[in-house]
Design a protein around this ligand. Sequence first.
Ligand code: AHM
Ligand code: MG
Length: 333
Amino acid sequence: MSQVTVTEHLLLHQQKSPAATGVFTQLLYDLILSAKLISRSVNKAGLLDVLGETGETNVQGEKVQKLDEYANSVLIHRMERSGALCMMASEENADVIVVSDRFERGDYILIFDPLDGSSNIDVNVNVGTIFSIHKRESGKKGDPGLEDILQPGDRQVAAGYFLYGPSTMMVYTTGFGVHGFTLDPSVGEFLLSHPNMTIPERGKIYSVNEGNYPLWDDKTKSAINHFKSFDNWRSSPYSARYVGSLVADFHRTLLYGGIFAYPRNYKKTGQGEGKLRLLCEAAPLAFVAEQAGGKAIDGTRRIMEIVPEQLHERVPLFIGSRGDVDDVAGFLA
Ligand code: AHM
Ligand code: MG
């Protein structure tokens, strides 16, 4: 593994990037510090339970929080003080979080899912933090509002995720390729381990919660059946893999290729919707996927082009290898 840290990488290799400013570097630095704190707690998840069993407080006399609440509060507390942001939005908060005017404010906007896949924590399976960074339209002054955050994915300045797995990893893009870093716990730094990541053109893994099959429309059923048939490009069925943590399922898709899908589910009412959130889950991963040469669609539209109407808007998501996503698009057209 190289000895290049994330911030060095940003400064050394991406000088052309408008994102490589001092303020942005500070933002990234604080984000990384937050992730290290979250990673430390995730690693001790089993122990936290032990520490918390006598009641509401741990040995330090602090309240034992659920890990997703902890991750959320770490991010809000640290990022509010970064001096780079004017506003944040978290999957855990119903409304936008405007940076208090007690702190220095910048033009950047941070959207995050603090601990994605948190239902997997209790069974010691990978979870992650997803982030998306936008910039407020230039020239806008005063308190930012919801309209500043409802931007399409195409306007992201940077996006990525931290994966808390056997190793903790950070994968991110600023629009100049996708780069992966692995946390070396002995030095406490993320070091460049996966430069210029690319998604294979085709994969042989499909990833979807197939328990929802009866809730899909016929076109979606055909699209997923295609990967399990002999009629696909391999003339052989794909393998199925589904962690149920988006970051983990996406990370595997990025490295091995294939497709991750969370289609629209139709309930008895006939109303159908996706589960994953456009702003804090689908759009940041779509930016990473496209920068790695892959694709991300909601069935018919590029995820990156969808203009959100609500903060917690949900979308169907099909993401991964270009050829595999194109196959789905063919069925859903
Ligand atoms: P969360 O943000 O509440 O954790 O929910 C999102 C998670 C994703 O990580 C994962 O892809 C999906 O939900 C799994 O959903 P399901 O259990 O319906 O398959
Ligand atoms: Mg989530």
